[in-house]
Design a binder for this molecule. Structure first.
Ligand SMILES: Nc1ncnc2c1ncn2[C@@H]1O[C@H](COP(=O)(O)OP(=O)(O)O)[C@@H](O)[C@H]1O
Ligand SMILES: [Mg+2]
Length: 298
């Protein structure tokens, strides 16, 4: 089983799009996939459920809250859902796609979790540091999760405690980004924070962690007849200059396809055959998935 965090400090860069489509394409290739929505905005959850169909389902917010209340982790497996529409497509192909859903109230659970360690700073001196930082890692080490080939975690656009539990649990990190100058700065900051987390954690843990950055995925790339816009090409070059791995497959700006794929509770990569726009998006997402598999050896 391979655990992958999809993360960027910025919102609206395509984290949820990448998580949903990678997960769906892996499942369509016969793999057993678990997606975990850690963003309180819950866009990943609503990529697979219409809001009206989702009411009263268990979410990861309750899982974190139960831990805050009792200091004893519950089994996470009770929170795993099997969204119907997407599984109707991937199960005949031999895979499946499960989901741990999110909830707006996860914001508060995140704050409570940090408060339990004495606030955002000096956490390493808390006797409960390892238990809290390892919450997700230990939950995923439970026997039922060994049936999954891949676990993809859609992270919120921050570096709070919930996000850190995802990174501690991860073998790999995928960073969707838009090709602009500010995003490149954000990527460098993210890498530094990740290194610091790993260093802090490994200084107190018995078994070191080593989440590796599989690469930056450039999303919503704009093309001219002669290739990507010049300003965007310079972002790619800057990312390479700071020695960040970058996926060679990019996803172009394709509002037509995103609109056409619509809200069917099935990610665009599994949309029914359609226009050139949607087939282009599908092709790019499939190529991205192949490159992801090569880079993460899932
Ligand atoms: N290739 C694309 N072309 C145009 N719009 C896109 C593309 N990919 C994603 N989007 C749209 O951009 C918005 C932000 O994407 P999303 O995956 O939700 O980002 P994040 O999870 O980082 O906030 C969404 O409305 C999504 O539908
Ligand atoms: Mg999102």
């Amino acid at each position: 089983m391979s655990v992958v965090s999809v993360i960027n400090y910025k919102g609206g860069v395509g984290k949820t799009t990448v998580t949903a489509n990678l997960g769906a394409e892996l499942a369509a290739r016969g793999r057993k996939v678990l997606l975990i929505d850690l963003d309180p905005q819950a866009s990943l959850t609503y990529s697979f459920y219409r809001p009206a169909d989702f009411a009263e389902q268990p979410t990861i917010r309750s899982w974190f809250e139960a831990f805050v209340a009792s200091r004893t982790p519950e089994s996470l497996f009770r929170y795993v859902l099997a969204p119907h529409a997407v599984n109707a497509v991937v199960q005949p192909l031999g895979g499946h796609l499960h989901l741990v859903a999110s909830h707006l109230g996860l914001v508060d659970a995140d704050l409570d979790l940090a408060a339990g360690l004495g606030g955002a700073r000096f956490q390493r001196s808390s006797p409960r540091y390892l238990q809290v930082y390892r919450l997700l890692a230990d939950a995923l080490a439970e026997q039922p999760f060994s049936a999954y080939d891949a676990v993809l975690i859609d992270c919120p656009p921050n570096f709070n405690l919930v996000t850190r539990t995802a990174l501690v649990a991860s073998d790999h990190v995928v960073v969707p980004a838009r090709p602009d100058y500010l995003s490149t700065l954000g990527i460098d900051l993210l890498r530094n924070r990740l290194s610091q987390l790993v260093e802090d954690y490994n200084s107190v843990a018995e078994h070191p962690i080593n989440p590796e950055i599989a690469g930056v995925v450039y999303m919503m790339v704009q093309y001219t007849p002669s290739g990507p816009l010049a300003s965007q090409r310079s972002s790619f070059e800057e990312t390479t200059r700071i020695e960040m791995p970058v996926f060679s497959q990019t996803i172009r700006d394709n509002k037509t396809a995103v609109t056409e794929a619509g809200n069917r509770s099935v990610p665009a990569v599994l949309a029914p055959p359609g226009s050139t726009a949607i087939e282009t998006l599908r092709y790019e997402l499939q190529q991205l998935t192949s490159e992801f598999l090569a880079r993460t050896r899932t």
